[in-house]
Design a protein around this ligand. Structure first.
Ligand code: G3H
Ligand code: 13P
Ligand code: NA
Ligand code: ZN
Length: 328
């Protein structure tokens, strides 16, 4: 069944687990996420970005998720709109049947310029008012995602601040978070605690803590009833990076967020963990390897099936590590 984010994350909080929220753009991703959820007995969050809507078309994207609901009637699914850049974008998703939307008011509606706090409160509060009237959940964002080392936002093509960010933008302030939740009534809050979008998060192999777990704890203590969300939470699997580069790819050396740190975050109030890059890497690595080893193949189903298999392994690993398996 289709459920709201609030329903799922309230249940996750009661049962002390976290949910991966996977970005979807095509059928193979939806297959991978659903097969993995079915095999591990996990609930599902699928989210569509503006990039996904531009790629697949809003109708196709929505119907891919609706197809999953029909094919797996026993699995609870949240259909979430990722990074809405304005109340209008969120309203369209609410009208078309999404059960959850993100109003990312941390940036202006160009998706690039950091906004004022007052702007963020205003747009987010307006979306909550519309969404809650229809039983739809809302995720807000306070703080700007970016590298704590360089102040760079990361992601070039997607959502992300342009230019350098200051430390006070890169870390969500617990007191401001409490005020923000009081004023907007969001169900879930994306926080800045050291993650960034895309594959190029950390230049050095993480040794010890890369996230500000202390900050997660402080925020959770101030707003215990608001579900915390970690964007930019791909782990950038080194085995997939090697496969991509061994079969003709040319990705730079890079590291992501260790799964153990995400699990630590989940112990302190993180309930939704956004993952896109890891599935992109598993998909690309699987396809490169298949085409290299089967140079005569010209049937896309053969390499796309490999992509599904590669993505499914990641999904299963995250469902298990985050503790949602058995809760489907
Ligand atoms: O928020 C960023 C997600 O990874 C979506 O990326 O806009 O390229 O689909 P995208
Ligand atoms: P990654 O780029 O780390 O996969 O994060 C995705 C994300 O936060 C989507 O909103
Ligand atoms: Na989101
Ligand atoms: Zn994001």
């Amino acid at each position: 069944p289709l459920i709201s984010m609030r329903q799922l994350l309230d249940y996750a909080a009661e049962n002390q687990f976290g949910m991966p929220a996977f970005n979807v753009n095509n059928m193979e991703q939806v297959h991978a996420i659903m097969q993995a959820a079915d095999e591990t007995d996990s609930p599902v969050i699928m989210q569509g970005s503006a990039g996904a809507r531009a790629y697949a078309g809003e109708t196709f994207l929505r119907h891919l998720i609706l197809a999953a609901l029909e094919a797996y009637p026993h699995i609870p699914i949240v259909m979430h709109q990722d990074h809405g850049t304005s109340p209008a974008v969120c309203l369209r998703s609410i009208q078309s049947g999404f059960s959850s939307v993100m109003m990312d008011g941390s940036l202006l509606d160009n998706g690039k310029t950091p906004s004022s706090y007052e702007y963020n409160v205003d747009v987010t509060r307006r979306v909550v008012e519309m969404a809650h009237a229809g039983g739809v959940s809302v995720e807000g964002e306070l703080g700007c995602l970016g590298s704590l080392e360089t102040g760079e936002a990361g992601e070039e093509d997607g959502i992300g601040a342009e230019g350098k960010l200051d430390m006070d933008q890169l870390l969500t302030d617990p007191e401001q978070a409490a005020d923000f939740v009081k004023l907007t009534q969001v169900d879930a809050l994306a926080i800045a605690i050291g993650t960034s979008h895309g594959a190029y998060k950390f230049t050095k192999k993480p040794t010890g803590e890369v996230l500000r777990i202390d900050r997660i704890k402080e925020i959770h203590q101030r707003i215990p009833n608001t579900h915390l969300v970690m964007h930019g939470s791909s782990s950038v699997p080194q085995d997939w990076l090697a496969i991509i580069n061994n079969f003709g790819g040319d990705m730079g050396q890079t590291y992501g967020v260790p799964v153990e740190e995400i699990v630590e975050g989940i112990k302190h109030g993180v309930r939704k963990v956004n993952i896109d890059t890891d599935l992109r890497m598993a998909s690309t690595g699987s396809i490169r390897r298949h085409l290299h080893e089967n140079a005569a193949n010209f049937d896309p189903r053969k390499f796309l099936k490999e992509a599904t298999k590669g993505m499914k392994e990641i999904c299963k690993a995250r469902y298990e590590a985050f503790g949602c398996s058995g809760h489907g």
